[in-house]
Design a binder for this molecule. Structure first.
Ligand SMILES: Cc1cc2nc3c(=O)[nH]c(=O)nc-3n(C[C@H](O)[C@H](O)[C@H](O)COP(=O)(O)OP(=O)(O)OC[C@H]3O[C@@H](n4cnc5c(N)ncnc54)[C@H](O)[C@@H]3O)c2cc1C
Length: 463
């Protein structure tokens, strides 16, 4: 890699090689995992580039190709598995200056990759529309980073995940196939070539996403005396087809003490169901909750406006914000990602809760999964040793609850993406020198690698 010659080739591009700034931009939320913290703490790039346009991205990729410089893309750097960390050094391509919302249509929005999700919605909401899906990092994450590194989140109870056809309409992808890189448009099954690929196959330079009707969503907190009551109600509510919900989360009594600002609404010892519902669905959620033995402790569409204004939105109690809030009060906490497939979601969840107790507090997110109610667990884990963490994983898997391991930085071992022959062939075409985010795709080095576990994102052959 020849950084001096790279700099000389890019006189008009905003570059930065101050080591402290480059290292700051070489990090994401990898420290969520004590394992990744140990493995990746020393990682840094050599130089940072901040393109303003697709044309500048192409110019940078061409110069990096010529000088054998690895390229790792960075959106907002909120990924949890070290996805945006340049394992082989080289150039960190920071797309945060590419934020334009280019077109809003009926049901669609087209934006540059660095656009922050909440900022996109600020522009679509006056027309009564909003993004279908967002991570709970809605106010900080970029749309390109969500597609390349995320999987779903707020909205997944209604719309499923980014893996589901229709939740991404098209992508423009700048590849690294030569001195003058090609930009291609991906649609349909081809979207899987860049979706959740950690930027290993190209740089997303434009996205077109579907929109949904926008509402002033109501946050509803419901307390149950037992975890069983909360879990069974959560599963029941998730299956109510007539209710428009945006998020549905269950938190046990060991999770709730970490949610500081909501304490007045979280009775000690209670298990909570946290619902985000369309305002016209809120009364139905309340009557169903009370019929199931729950007590509504907060409903923001009818509560005192001043009290509500002091609270974070309820979606920031869920997904990986639960983990973030817990780590703030107890830094020894980490987490896991569990799939509880139907049927028998509640039974499996309760079995795991009984097995581990306070060592692995229960946190569930209900979603639509392949047309049915599905459930992801993001349990907190009271971390002791890496060996015990592996044991906790093995016990879940033996009980029929697969783990997407957030303590691994590769596409395959995280259990999310299987890089099959089609994906690998595309990588060879798009990045023949293997310079895009090296080290993240095991199949590049070992085409026969088989993790032997279920994957969240279907193989390209399947797609
Ligand atoms: C508190 C917290 C809560 C979270 N909640 C969720 C959640 O609910 N759902 C969820 O899915 N994730 C969640 N995450 C993970 C992360 O926030 C999201 O996936 C987010 O969308 C990532 O966006 P980003 O802009 O920060 O991407 P980055 O972290 O910058 O990048 C993510 C990956 O995408 C690649 N990439 C970035 N931009 C591009 C591009 N333009 N072209 C090609 N590759 C690119 C990077 O190289 C990296 O591999 C959470 C994380 C935290 C810390």
């Amino acid at each position: 890699m020849d950084i001096a010659s790279l700099k000389a080739a890019l006189p008009d591009i905003k570059l930065e090689d101050n080591p402290r700034i480059v290292q700051r931009k070489s990090r994401d939320f990898y420290w969520y995992s004590p394992v990744l913290k140990r493995q990746l703490e020393h990682i840094t790039g050599d130089i940072l580039a901040v393109p303003k346009s697709e044309a500048e991205v192409v110019q940078i990729l061409g110069a990096c190709f010529d000088n054998d410089v690895p390229v790792t893309v960075r959106g907002a750097g909120t990924g949890n598995y070290g996805q945006a960390m340049p394992l082989a050094g080289g150039l960190v391509l920071d797309v945060s200056a590419m934020t334009a919302v280019k077109h809003i249509g009926q049901g669609t929005v087209t934006a540059e990759p660095g656009a922050i999700l909440a900022e996109i919605d600020k522009q679509t909401r006056p027309g009564g529309q909003e993004l279908r899906l967002s991570p709970s990092t809605y106010t900080t994450a970029s749309i390109g980073g969500f597609i390349a590194g995320g999987s779903g989140g707020v909205g997944s109870i209604h719309w499923g995940g980014l893996r589901d056809p229709g939740n991404i309409i098209s992508l423009r992808l700048a590849t690294m196939d030569g001195s003058e890189p090609t930009v291609i448009t991906l649609e349909g099954a081809d979207i899987a070539k860049a979706n959740h690929a950690y930027g290993t196959t190209g740089v997303i330079t434009e996205v077109t996403m579907p929109l949904a009707p926008a509402y002033d969503w109501s946050d509803i907190l419901i307390a149950f005396d037992t975890l069983e009551g909360a879990v069974r109600f959560g599963e029941h509510l998730a299956g109510m087809d007539g209710l428009l919900l945006k998020n549905l989360c269950v938190l046990d009594e060991y999770c709730t003490p970490h949610l500081k600002r909501h304490q007045p609404y979280l009775p000690k010892g209670a298990a909570m169901v946290v619902v985000v519902a369309a305002p016209f669905a809120a009364s139905d959620v309340v009557f169903l909750a009370e019929a199931a033995g729950g007590t509504v402790t907060l409903r923001t569409d009818t509560a005192d406006a001043e009290a509500v204004a002091a609270l974070p939105p309820a979606f920031e109690l869920g997904w990986n914000h639960t983990t973030l809030r817990a780590m703030k009060t107890d830094p020894s906490i980490t987490y896991l990602q569990v799939l509880y497939p139907p049927p028998g979601i509640s039974e499996k969840v309760l079995q795991m809760a009984k097995t581990f107790g306070p060592e692995v507090p229960t946190h569930l997110e209900f979603v639509r999964f392949d047309g049915a109610v599905g459930c992801f667990g993001l349990p907190l884990v009271q971390f002791t040793t890496e060996e015990r963490l592996d044991e906790v994983i093995a016990i879940h898997e033996a009980a029929g609850a697969p783990i997407f391991n957030p303590h691994r930085y590769t596409l395959e071992e995280g259990g999310m993406k299987q890089t099959d022959a089609v994906q690998l062939a595309f990588k060879h075409q798009a990045d023949p020198k293997g310079l895009l985010n090296p080290g993240k795709m095991i199949a590049w080095d070992d085409p026969d690698f088989d993790y032997g576990k279920p994957y969240l994102f279907p193989t390209l052959t399947t797609a």
